[in-house]
Ligand binder design. Structure first.
Ligand SMILES: C[S@@+](CC[C@H](N)C(=O)[O-])C[C@H]1O[C@@H](n2cnc3c(N)ncnc32)[C@H](O)[C@@H]1O
Length: 805
């Protein structure tokens, strides 16, 4: 049964033109702001530069809040002058912590009065008027070291930060970009300060972060080298402002750039965790080179709260004609990010770095990426899921309970707009009919007919198959929908017989050859199709056909701070133990394909279990019904390889159904386009975790999930454990001198069975990785995995969420 009714109703009412457009800003440096006098008619330099950038087609400007004068005063007040610093240490020191003998008490008194009453002088800020600050993205002083080693520097940097934010608030600025964290050792201090600043409920903050971690690349030198070259000055100017590439850091040989990207992500993960996933904390992702070359490595950032993307001119390369373009992986990342409507900040466009195109070439190129983004194009194309779901991405919806509830007419009407589902059903019925000898009398039952679209599709399949002798029964338990069915019966005449009642108890005048139902949920069985069809199977002849004939549930571990945050917003346990229907957008699937640590890891998305109709050899009571529901319980233990560090926030649930032969329905992310492209009726299920579980690079995640039942309810429970590998000291198997066998990439009957719907077009051999020899594999597994964490058991005994029978 379709999980999107509620969403659809809302979507129909709010359908409007939503253009997923990014806003593009230009960066104005503080030197540009201070060097010239304003010309008429602009009252200030800031207003003049803002007007100039608007005339060039930028949507916004991004500029620092403070000037060089402020930096100089802060250094003078707070840092020990360079000539008194211990040159061995090559580190800046705060006056507060300094033990030097020749302390200048007058300066220290000035500093103390500043600490007591922080205040700017006019020439220390770039703007003073509300008109200047309007629509400006403000950058907090980049030289503030909120993560300095020196306690005094950190303390004074925090006071300065609070002072700048208070001034920004005064100018009605509600968003600010913070200085980048630089010192991995002190990220917790940085994050604590940010958390304190977030106490102002009207201010949203973005952490600027290079996609590789500068602290990891050059942990000491980034601080000490800048101080050695300018001991009397503040920390180095952040790389963002360097457009000639002179200050590029080079990763050390032997460590791939991807490793630094994991480190950068870990920095972000720690900051947002300490800030308790505050939704006013976002990322300003700095794409200053060097950047990774491998495709998809930037993909994990699409699942994070990236509000700003810094693109210095130095990130661009020249194409064959000399115009600036982005390297392929960066290009793809920008395209994919477009649906999140980021604010893209271009800096150094006027520096003449590229031969052709001039300053506007950068802006034009980003606009071109937006226009050609497949996600943006899909959102603008009627009939696609992206268009259909506009504005509802990453929106949590409680799945409906169609067995317990009676749907409204508007709900039926909206999901009847899905052309793909009904076309697939008609084709399945047509093919099933084609298998019967022409002269046979055939009976079809539509179990759960709703307002009748599958009845109408059955009749057209009968016509296409040129069958004369076919009778259709339509069973429906919703009394209101049954009125609509009666109305349509006038058009169907006696080809169709309507029966009002619950398919689990109702009697039919005769047994049928084909039983058609659509009781599927996003996870296949989560709207109780197995339980309803147990009853309906009484109508089916022994050799009869059920459409669907089977369906499978699939899972993948996912990271999404947005969904995690949403699920936690309702502050009770229930909301974090409830599966939700969600159109995923800012989501990253954490698993990769491969053998992993245990040799047992499967594909990125794995199958949990299957339901087949009719069941093989069922135990039935005299009424033809199963005595208990225990045969509909299921469980799965899945092993996922985690190639890159990430945080597990939940599980993505999908289904795939075989209607008949190779006709099917699928929302499996890798197969849906091959099986039922542009089908609108189902969005995936999201099983949240109460605790975010950190997963290091090259770890293994083991997920357990159960479908459980009692006489009145069905529910899911879920749990996860994480492992790291350690090499066994001795070979774990006694294979008389032979080496452990290599991993085999040949098919396995149990892991990652390929879809029966796409056997001819199935994908790479992602799904079938296992050891050839099971006993050997088991011994190795036990020897190599080291447990590192787990979640609690979610929804124990169905305490928070269940589906009523
Ligand atoms: C998803 S709707 C499908 C309606 C229609 N077949 C379609 O595809 O548009 C499922 C329908 O099955 C009905 N239904 C669910 N459980 C039922 C049961 N146990 N007996 C009879 N009808 C049932 C619901 O009322 C609903 O109308």
């Amino acid at each position: 049964m379709d999980d999107v009714y509620w969403f659809l109703t809302r979507a129909v009412m709010s359908a409007g033109v939503w253009t997923p457009s990014a806003s593009i800003s230009t960066f104005i440096s503080s030197s540009a702001l201070t060097k010239s006098e304003p010309s008429e008619p602009h009252g200030t330099v800031a207003l003049e530069l803002i007007a100039d950038s608007q005339s060039k087609g930028y949507d916004n400007v991004c500029m620092p809040l403070t000037t060089e004068a402020w930096r100089k005063r802060w250094i003078k007040m707070c840092l020990v002058p360079s000539d008194t610093v211990d040159t061995e240490m090559l580190r800046r020191k705060s006056r507060r912590e300094s033990k030097v003998l020749n302390r200048d008490l007058s300066v220290e008194n000035v500093a103390e009065s500043w600490r007591e009453n922080p205040c700017f002088e006019r020439d220390e800020v770039t703007m003073t008027g509300l008109d200047e600050a309007e629509n400006v993205t403000v950058i907090i002083s980049e030289w503030l070291e909120l993560d300095a080693e020196d306690d005094g520097i950190r303390y004074d940097a925090e006071i300065a930060l609070q002072q700048e934010l208070a001034y920004a608030s005064y100018l009605n600025i509600q968003r600010a970009i913070l200085p980048a964290p630089r010192n991995r050792d002190r990220i917790a201090s940085y994050a604590r300060t940010v958390r304190a600043c977030l106490q102002n409920p009207f201010m949203s903050l973005a952490v600027r972060l290079p996609v590789y971690d500068t602290g990891a690349v050059d942990a000491v030198s980034s601080l000490s080298s800048s101080s050695s070259s300018s001991l009397s000055s503040a920390p180095s100017t952040p790389r963002l402002l360097v457009s000639n590439g002179a200050s590029r850091l080079t990763p050390s040989p032997g460590r791939p750039l991807e490793a630094y990207i994991d480190a950068a992500w870990e920095t972000w993960d720690l900051i947002r965790s300490i800030c308790d996933y505050n939704n006013r904390l976002t990322l300003a992702l700095d794409l200053t080179p060097p950047l990774p070359n491998s495709p998809g490595v930037l993909g994990k950032w699409t699942a994070e709260a990236v509000r700003y993307i810094f693109l210095p001119a130095s990130t661009f390369i020249a194409n064959a004609k000399g115009y600036p373009v982005l390297p392929k992986p960066t290009q793809n990342f920008i395209r994919d990010s477009m649906t999140h409507r980021p604010n893209i900040i271009i800096s150094g466009a006027s520096s003449g770095l590229h031969m052709r195109g001039g300053e506007e070439a950068y802006l034009q190129y980003i606009k071109h990426l937006e226009r050609t983004s497949s996600a943006v194009q899909a959102a603008g194309t009627i009939g696609t899921v992206e268009n259909f779901a506009q504005g509802y991405q990453d929106y949590l919806q409680a799945p409906l309970q169609p067995l317990m509830d009676n749907l409204q007419s508007i709900t039926y009407q909206t999901f009847e707009q899905d052309p793909v589902k009904y076309r697939k059903y008609e084709e399945a019925i047509y093919r099933a009919l084609a298998e019967w000898p022409k002269q046979d009398k055939i009976a079809i039952c539509i179990a759960g007919a709703g307002r009748g679209p599958l009845v109408a599709r059955s009749l057209s399949a009968i016509e296409r198959a040129e069958r004369e002798n076919v009778h259709v029964y339509a069973v429906e338990k919703n009394p209101n929908a049954f009125v609509t069915l009666q109305n349509r019966k006038r058009e169907w005449k006696d080809r169709v017989q309507l029966l009002f009642g619950d398919m689990r108890v109702i009697q039919l005048p005769e047994k049928v050859d084909i039983l058609v139902s659509e009781l599927l949920g996003s996870f296949g069985d989560n709207e109780l199709s197995p339980e309803c069809l147990d009853g309906a199977m009484r109508f089916l002849k022994p050799q009869g056909i059920s459409i669907p004939s089977s369906y499978t549930a699939h899972l993948a571990p996912l990271s999404s701070s947005k969904l995690y945050d949403e699920a936690r917003a309702v502050k009770d346990q229930k909301s974090l133990e409830t599966p939700y229907v969600v159109m995923f957008q800012a989501v990253n699937l954490l698993s990769g394909d491969g053998p992993g640590l245990s040799g047992l890891c499967g594909p990125q998305v794995q199958e949990c279990w299957e339901f087949e109709h009719p069941r093989r050899n069922p135990v039935l009571n005299p009424e033809g019904l199963p005595p208990t529901n225990s045969h509909n319980t299921r469980s799965a233990k899945l092993r996922f390889c985690i190639p890159h560090a990430g945080v597990l926030h939940g599980l993505a649930g999908y289904f795939e159904a075989v209607l008949y032969g190779n006709i099917g329905l699928s929302i499996h992310p890798h197969r849906k386009d091959q099986i039922s492209k542009d089908m609108l009726s189902w969005f995936p299920l999201f099983f949240p975790f109460k605790e975010a579980l950190y997963l290091p690079s090259n770890s293994e995640l083991q997920v357990s999930i159960w479908r459980l039942t009692n006489e009145r309810q069905v529910w899911y429970e879920w749990h996860a454990e994480s492992f790291l590998g350690s090499l066994p000291s001795t070979p774990s198997t006694a294979t008389s001198g032979s080496q452990p066998r290599p991993l085999s990439f040949t098919g396995s009957p149990t892991i990652g069975v390929p879809s029966p719907l796409i056997d001819a077009v199935d994908l790479a051999p992602r799904s079938s990785i296992t050891f050839r020899d099971l006993p050997e594999r088991t011994a190795l597994t036990a020897a190599t995995l080291v447990k590192i964490g787990h979640t609690s058991l979610h929804n124990a005994s169905g305490r928070s969420s269940w589906i009523g029978l």
